[in-house]
Design a protein around this ligand. Structure first.
Ligand SMILES: NC(=O)c1ccc[n+]([C@@H]2O[C@H](COP(=O)([O-])OP(=O)(O)OC[C@H]3O[C@@H](n4cnc5c(N)ncnc54)[C@H](OP(=O)(O)O)[C@@H]3O)[C@@H](O)[C@H]2O)c1
Length: 265
């Protein structure tokens, strides 16, 4: 697995920006935490496992960066409100939000095969979480007169595999929410964009899935490889930076060309 400390853009790219990253305890969120901090951002790291994100923040600080880590449950309004307050009290303002927290499906099958609990649990993290974090972040961005929100979505919103109906539905809601926020807050210089993320090697579970799909991937991903967390983090960093200043409401595939077409020799 690639190092979470790998550079993802030139130094100073995110200098001084205060950025909340949800789901920062592992995977894409963890790599983004180290990556954004190395680019000069002050990062606020949230996940349910507070002790893990506190330890990540301590590592970043030991390396000379600025970070706080605290327990955050994006499905709970009080938890989100407290986390955003804590970020702004510590760093004085809020420039960016990376809505990255997600929940792997625990049940697989067609829509008729999964339980209502599973359906609700996936939607709670992705839909309610993105809604709540954005809802509490936007007033601070309005006050600052600018801001950038990046929603980590998925290719499954555009092209649905049959066995994961809840993630496909919830990621489609993220495209709608992204466009709605872009339309509502663009006038206030708050940009909202979404990454349509493809298969990214993060956890052992994803790596196991990739091993099973290795041969199929040759046709369904033109670049013929899975993505890395760095691939996603650098796209997010660009959208959170001032170097994407007129990008608003975009759904950007980070998928090696999966949505574009399939490779045939
Ligand atoms: N990996 C892929 O192939 C892939 C593909 C397409 C899209 N994506 C998108 O990318 C995002 C990140 O992917 P990933 O693979 O890095 O995810 P991951 O390894 O499953 O990590 C999910 C993160 O979300 C946190 N989380 C879960 N429930 C939460 C809650 N209620 N409140 C706060 N944090 C919560 C987890 O931390 P705690 O357990 O400590 O709370 C963890 O840090 C996902 O949301 C997904 O939408 C990933």
């Amino acid at each position: 697995m690639p190092s979470p400390h790998a550079a993802i853009a030139p130094p100073g790219y995110l200098a001084g920006k205060v950025i909340i990253i949800t789901g920062a305890s592992q995977g894409i969120g963890l790599v983004s935490a180290h990556g954004f901090a190395a680019l000069g951002a002050k990062v606020a790291l949230g996940a349910r496992r507070g002790e893990v994100v506190e330890a990540v923040a301590a590592e970043i600080k030991a390396a000379g960066g600025k970070a706080i880590g605290a327990a955050l449950d994006v499905t709970e309004e009080a938890s989100v409100a407290a986390f955003v307050d804590k970020t702004v009290s510590r760093f004085g303002r809020l420039d960016g939000l990376f809505n990255n927290a997600g929940r792997d499906p625990q049940e697989h099958g067609g829509l008729a095969d999964i339980s209502l609990d599973e359906w609700k649990a996936v939607h709670a993290v992705k839909i309610d979480g993105t809604f709540l974090c954005s809802k509490y972040a936007i007033p601070h961005m309005l006050k600052a007169g600018k801001g950038s929100i990046v929603n980590n979505g998925s290719v499954v919103s555009e092209r649905a595999p049959s066995m994961v109906p809840a993630p496909s539905a919830s990621q489609s809601a993220i495209t709608g929410m992204t466009r709605s926020m872009a339309a509502a807050y663009g006038h206030a210089n708050i940009r909202t964009n979404m990454l349509a993320t493809g298969l990214i090697l993060t956890t052992e579970r994803v790596e196991g899935y990739y091993k099973d799909q290795h041969d199929r991937m040759k046709s369904w991903c033109p670049m013929q490889r899975p993505g890395t967390s760095e691939d996603v983090a650098q796209a997010a960093a660009w959208l959170l930076s001032d170097y994407s200043s007129f990008i608003n409401g975009a759904i950007i595939p980070v998928d090696g060309g999966h949505l574009a077409g399939e490779y045939r020799a």
